[in-house]
Design a protein around this ligand. Structure first.
Ligand code: COA
Length: 205
């Protein structure tokens, strides 16, 4: 029975995330349709890059990472959202590069240069099959314009053009809380299919 061990310890599921996959290489016809269906809203530009966060974006990236920690739905999970600063961004970039990860990233900026959203995928030199879709955030005041889909499409275009590090990878994998309606809609648009569910459990100590 699913969750039986946790149940015997007095724990119950407080968060359910769908693990979802889409095949790689990503269907170019589907990507074209997505791009055509999500015209870039006025007042924003999207930049894509791989590897460490450039210096001129680091402060905004840290601010958005902190926002992500606050905003990402995690069901009823007890947590304290941590603040991410530039040093932590740098350390994470450095450590993950040492471990063989290539970060594939896109950011949406306003005309004033403020971060409106970002998305990132992680490609491991040691995993021949999976590319991981990590965070996607659109800042609260910028939501409702399809920027999440726009960022993901830009990042997939970048992933497709990477060649070497991505060659042979079979799936892009993401985890999305079942109640996260905007991201579930966005995933659907990209053709992600649910393959299983990750439950996080809590109980009294
Ligand atoms: C998820 C997120 C990036 C989406 O932002 P966005 O791109 O501005 O999303 P939109 O408001 O354009 O909505 C995306 C889709 O969800 C739909 N949607 C949004 N809210 C909805 C609601 N309450 N009910 C039904 N549909 C809704 C939109 O109509 C749109 O549908 P479409 O793709 O069919 O056009 C943003 O909500 C966010 O940053 N959330 C916090 C962080 C997070 O949860 N990240 C994802 C972790 S997996």
């Amino acid at each position: 029975m699913r969750g039986a061990f946790a149940g015997r310890q007095g724990m119950g599921s407080v968060s359910a995330e769908d693990r979802m996959l889409v095949d790689l290489p990503f269907d170019p016809a589907r990507l074209d349709r997505i791009v055509a269906g999500v015209p870039a809203p006025d007042g924003y530009r999207v930049l894509s890059f791989t590897g460490p966060c450039p210096d001129d974006l680091a402060a905004e990236w840290a601010r958005m990472r902190t926002q992500m920690n606050e905003d990402v739905p995690r069901g009823e999970l007890t947590r304290t959202a941590s603040v991410v600063d530039v040093d932590r961004i740098r350390l994470s970039d450095e450590q993950m590069a040492q471990q063989g990860w290539t970060k594939v990233r896109s950011v949406a900026l306003t005309e004033a240069g403020d971060g409106a959203g970002y998305t990132e995928m992680f490609v491991s030199a040691h995993d021949p099959d999976f590319v991981l879709q990590d965070d996607t955030l659109v800042g609260r005041e910028h939501r409702g314009r399809g920027l999440g889909a726009l960022l993901k499409a830009a990042n997939l275009e970048q992933l497709g053009a990477l060649g070497g590090p991505v060659e042979g990878r079979r799936w892009l994998q993401t985890h999305t809380e079942q109640g996260n309606v905007p991201m579930q809609h966005t995933n659907e648009r990209f053709g992600f299919r649910r393959v299983d569910v990750l439950h996080e459990c809590e109980g009294p100590v």
